[in-house]
Design a protein around this ligand. Structure first.
Ligand code: URA
Length: 190
C-alpha cells in the first residue's frame, strides 16, 4: 500500500497501543523537511513538546537548534522526531514495551523520508536503533552503514545541559556529521 503522511498522522493521533496515550495532550510526530537527507531522532516528548505537539521546542530543543545552526542545519534541511511519540510521565525513560509499540511509526516515517543519514540523539535512540548495548560515552561518533542509511549517535542535548564537558565531543560529532552529509551529497551529484 502507498505510504502517506495522512495515514501516519491518522494512526498516531488515534493510537492507544501503549499506556502513554492516557496522559498525552498531543501526539508529537515530527518537524522539519520531509525530503531531508538527514534525520535526527531523540527520545520522546517532554512537557513543552506534549503541550505544543512539536518535538524539541523546550530547553533541549533550543540547544539543539543552536548546535544544528552551527553546522548549517535547521528544520529547512533536516527532519527531527523521537523514538516515542507521546510523553512519558515526568520525563522518565520510555519503557521497552512503549518503544516497541511505537517503533513501526518511526519505521514508516523513515521509509517516507528516506534520509541518507540518521543521527541518534542520546542513549535511548542509540540503543533502540544501533544496538541494545550501545554505550553513548564510548561509541558516540562511530558510523554504521545499514540498509542504505549511514547511522551515528551523539549526546542528547539534555545531557549537554547537565554536563558542559560533553559539549566539545558533541560539537566534534556534529562537524563530522556535516562532513559526512557533504560527502554523500557530493557523490550523488558526481
Ligand atoms: N527530548 C527529546 O528527546 N525529544 C524532544 O522532543 C524533547 C526533548
Amino acid at each position: 500500500m502507498e505510504k502517506s503522511w495522512e495515514i501516519l498522522e491518522g494512526a498516531c493521533l488515534s493510537c492507544k497501543k501503549c499506556r502513554l496515550w492516557e496522559m498525552r495532550t498531543n501526539v508529537v510526530i515530527g518537524k522539519g523537511n520531509r525530503n531531508a537527507d538527514i534525520m535526527f531522532i531523540g527520545e520522546g516528548p517532554g512537557q513543552q513538546e506534549d503541550l505544543t505537539g512539536v518535538p524539541f521546542v523546550g530547553p533541549a530543543g533550543q540547544l539543539l537548534d543552536k548546535m544544528l545552526a552551527s553546522v548549517g542545519l535547521s528544520t529547512e534541511n533536516a527532519y527531527i522526531c523521537n523514538i516515542v511519540k507521546c510523553r512519558p510521565p515526568g520525563n522518565r525513560d520510555p519503557h521497552e514495551d512503549e518503544i516497541q509499540s511505537c517503533i513501526n511509526y518511526l519505521r514508516y516515517q523513515l521509509a517516507m523520508i528516506h534520509p541518507k543519514i540518521i543521527v541518534c540523539l542520546g542513549r535511548i535512540a542509540a540503543t533502540t536503533i544501533l544496538s541494545p548495548d550501545f554505550k553513548i560515552t564510548k561509541e558516540h561518533g562511530i558510523w554504521v552503514e545499514r540498509k542504505g542509511y549511514w547511522i551515528t549517535a551523539t549526546f542528547h542535548p539534555s545531557a549537554l545541559l547537565r554536563d558542559e564537558s560533553k559539549k566539545r565531543p558533541a560539537w566534534e560529532d556534529l562537524q563530522a556529521i556535516r562532513r559526512k552529509l557533504d560527502e554523500l551529497q557530493n557523490t550523488e551529484t558526481e
